[in-house]
Design a protein around this ligand. Sequence first.
Ligand code: SF4
Length: 386
Amino acid sequence: MASRIPDASLVTPAPPGALAARFLAWYDRHRRHLPWRMAPGTPSDPYRVWVSEVMLQQVRVETVARHYAPFLERWPTVEALAAAPLEEVLRGWSGLGRYARAHNLHACARLLVERHEGRLPEDEAALRALPGVGPYTAAAIRAIAFGRGDALPPVDGNVERVVARLFALGWEPGTPDTRRRAELRRFAASLAPDGRPGDHAQAIMDLGATVCVPRRPRCGACPVQDACAARALGVADTLVLGPKRAPRPKRYATAFWVSRPEDGAVLLRRRPMKGPLGGTLEPPSTEWRPRRAWRAAEAISAGALPFAADWRRLPGRVRHALSSYEVEFAVMTAADVPRALDTMDGAVWVGREHLEGEALSSLARKLVRHALAATRPRAIRHRRRA
Ligand code: SF4
């Protein structure tokens, strides 16, 4: 059963219809102007909605706003995206991270062309059968692109927060996340309006992003403040909104920074297309393992590096949090680079001026930034003097 915190039942929520009207009126005046949004009440192009929703998965709105228009300019239709080589799409995805989404987007475009005449289906089951389309994305496409409000609404992190506070919901420690989310969706559905389901969904998303923010919600600017149970109970800022995340296990690895002496081009390795970060480029590195970093000789014998050299460790470490691990890299570099490096599997030389536009994961970009900073002539001179 859904769990309203003690005393929440003392707060009488306003009728859902009244709340829905207030959300929509607030949206009409205060919505965020985002490149993928149409004016309130105007139907949206399903392709544009789909691309934006995939890009927005766990990525900041500001980041997506920078990448969305160039991506759409390059691939304005499902057909154009389906016809593009995967490597190009991965390059176009550069800066958005989590490249599995780009793989799915591309595979999905091809499937839409083959089986759906290049159109996204309206039916929930058909949408869910597409690669990378989960319950949230399907609900968002149906509500925002097709104006369908006949199923559960899209509930992202912002919507979860607004709904949990509005109804003062709480859960026993250990409640499975799937159950918590299902309950939140049910409460969110109780707010659904008679029309404009897409605008309604985006209204609550925007309210969560700009007013009902994680810390110190701005309740004075909220259109449903008088109906909010958390506010009435004085717990808007302290309500526990979800289970505490278990600490991620740590992994360690060593990356190798190899720069071609004649032009400064950098040696990168393309990861296999199948598997994590498939098809992206990165500095060659060892496997990740649960104990401290590898030594160079050890990495060479394990096949992580194709050549022996006088490796030296660059100062500092690179730490990066992934969904299942926290990884820590030591970075090594060598001054004496052999010429016959092209034998390395999947290796490419990339000019420094092209690094920005290549398909590098966020982790690979951190490694590159770290190595560039640590090998800048000034940094080296400074270390020598020290
Ligand atoms: S009143 Fe405050 S806590 Fe309640 S929904 Fe509005 S902003 Fe969030």
